[in-house]
Design a protein around this ligand. Structure first.
Ligand code: ATP
Ligand code: MG
Length: 397
């Protein structure tokens, strides 16, 4: 009897036309996630099987808990015989060492030629457990132990209470997107949600040294590293925004600082996105959260770009966002008190309903095309992998 891990695909198995693409991506992602662990991977249209060495089961099950596209996975026992008595004996041997009072047997028969029908098979396995072990009861609604038997063409698989995967689509199937990543709570959560739908992210961070510190940048690197757990690895673009911010501060009315600053951020983001073949921008904006996120502000800021801007948190309350941030372990990093470029120059009364013509008029006092070109030309790229040290390198844009 062989012990292995069996993976169920979930939502992606409904994508009939693209199923091969989805499966290939999922397989590549699992391979990537397990690259430092010795494990053999096989797959077919309904299931994926991983055969780790005995010492690696815990490591593999932990890693699979972070791979999008996995709905459910199980530590399973594979029998190459389909003889009923042998299956029954094996189930009995396995459940003997488990702690439970109530149980339920579920049988799936993808080998339709198998002579015993599923309900009957479950009933017979249940009878063996009841006959041989004292004090056990069947509970079909809320059992302590689920006993699953899958009769597939090649073999029979026995497994018990399933582990829940995180669902979603395999990262990469939707193409690439660029996440505007600040050191705040919202943007890492927005990124996580985009990755969940299969978007492979690159990230972009605007810094304003010396007004923003190296600690603020390291915090963003750390957040990107936490996201890279779901994204395979992450390319983090860092744009020096100091000159642009100072020029805005010098030349534009202060209540329009944030509006104009964000118009510049959007323009730069679109250009970085296009050059890296990212099809969307993703950010952590949430309707009404601050002055720059009113519906009017969104119009005035959004009109600077043509690329779609996805805002996964648009309709979330802060508490809902915080709950996800805690779940994905970005919250504690996000609340570290280092100032971001959006907070160092915040005016006392930012305009809540900016006027687009005024915004254009004010920003045209600046040589903003040149400044944007310069910022992009000098931008830095950091490659981040969950387990590796960061590699810094110059981008060749
Ligand atoms: P968060 O919203 O992530 O908590 P924040 O509150 O500092 O951070 P907001 O002012 O709410 O940011 O900005 C809205 C969104 O704009 C952020 O979620 C992020 O996507 C983007 N953004 C803000 N500041 C930066 C920055 N310095 N670099 C990159 N993106 C940024
Ligand atoms: Mg915010």
């Amino acid at each position: 009897m062989e012990k292995l891990i069996l993976i169920k695909y979930g939502e992606l198995s409904t994508k009939k036309a693209n199923i091969n693409l989805f499966l290939k991506q999922l397989k590549d992602n699992i391979n990537f996630a397990l690259k430092d662990i010795d494990a053999n991977i096989k797959f077919d249209k309904g299931r994926m099987f991983i055969e780790p060495g005995e010492d690696n089961f815990d490591k593999v099950t932990e890693v699979l808990g972070h791979v999008f596209g996995i709905h459910e996975y199980d530590v399973a026992y594979k029998l190459t015989t389909k003889d009923f008595d042998e299956i029954g004996n094996t189930v009995l041997k396995l459940v003997k060492s488990m702690e439970f009072t109530t149980f339920k047997v579920e049988t799936k028969r993808s080998d339709k030629k198998y002579p015993i029908e599923s309900m009957e098979f479950s009933r017979k396995i249940g009878a063996i457990i009841l006959k041989n072990l004292e004090g056990k009861k069947v509970d079909v609604h809320n059992p302590d132990l689920h006993v699953h038997v899958e009769i597939r063409l090649d073999a029979v698989y026995i497994y018990f209470n399933s582990l829940m995967g995180i669902g979603g689509y395999p990262v990469g199937v939707a193409g690439k997107g660029l996440l505007m990543l600040s050191g705040g709570i919202d943007s890492p959560v927005a990124g996580y949600m985009a990755i969940k739908r299969g978007v492979k992210l690159e990230c972009l961070y605007f810094e304003s040294p010396p007004h923003t510190s190296i600690e603020a940048k390291n915090k963003v690197i750390d957040l990107a590293r936490k996201l890279s757990l779901y994204n395979n690895d992450i390319k983090l673009h860092v744009i020096n925004f100091t000159h642009i911010q100072q020029e805005i501060l010098k030349n534009c009315p202060h209540e329009y600082l944030v509006t104009i600053m964000r118009r510049m951020m959007y323009r730069i983001s679109e250009r970085i996105a296009r050059s890296g073949n990212c099809k969307i921008l993703v950010n952590g904006e949430s309707i009404g959260q601050v002055a720059s996120q009113t519906l009017t502000s969104m119009n005035v800021i959004n009109e600077t770009v043509k690329i779609p801007v996805i805002r996964p948190l648009a309709c979330f309350d802060k508490n809902e966002i915080i709950a996800i941030a805690k779940k994905i372990d970005t919250y504690e990093t996000s609340i570290l008190p280092f100032e971001d470029c959006c907070t160092v120059f915040v005016p006392e009364h930012p305009v809540i309903n900016p006027d687009v013509d005024l915004a254009r008029e004010y920003e045209n006092r600046l040589e903003w095309e040149d400044m944007i070109y310069e910022a992009i030309h000098n931008h830095e790229v950091i490659k981040i992998s969950y387990n590796d040290k960061n590699e810094e390198f110059e981008d060749l844009l």
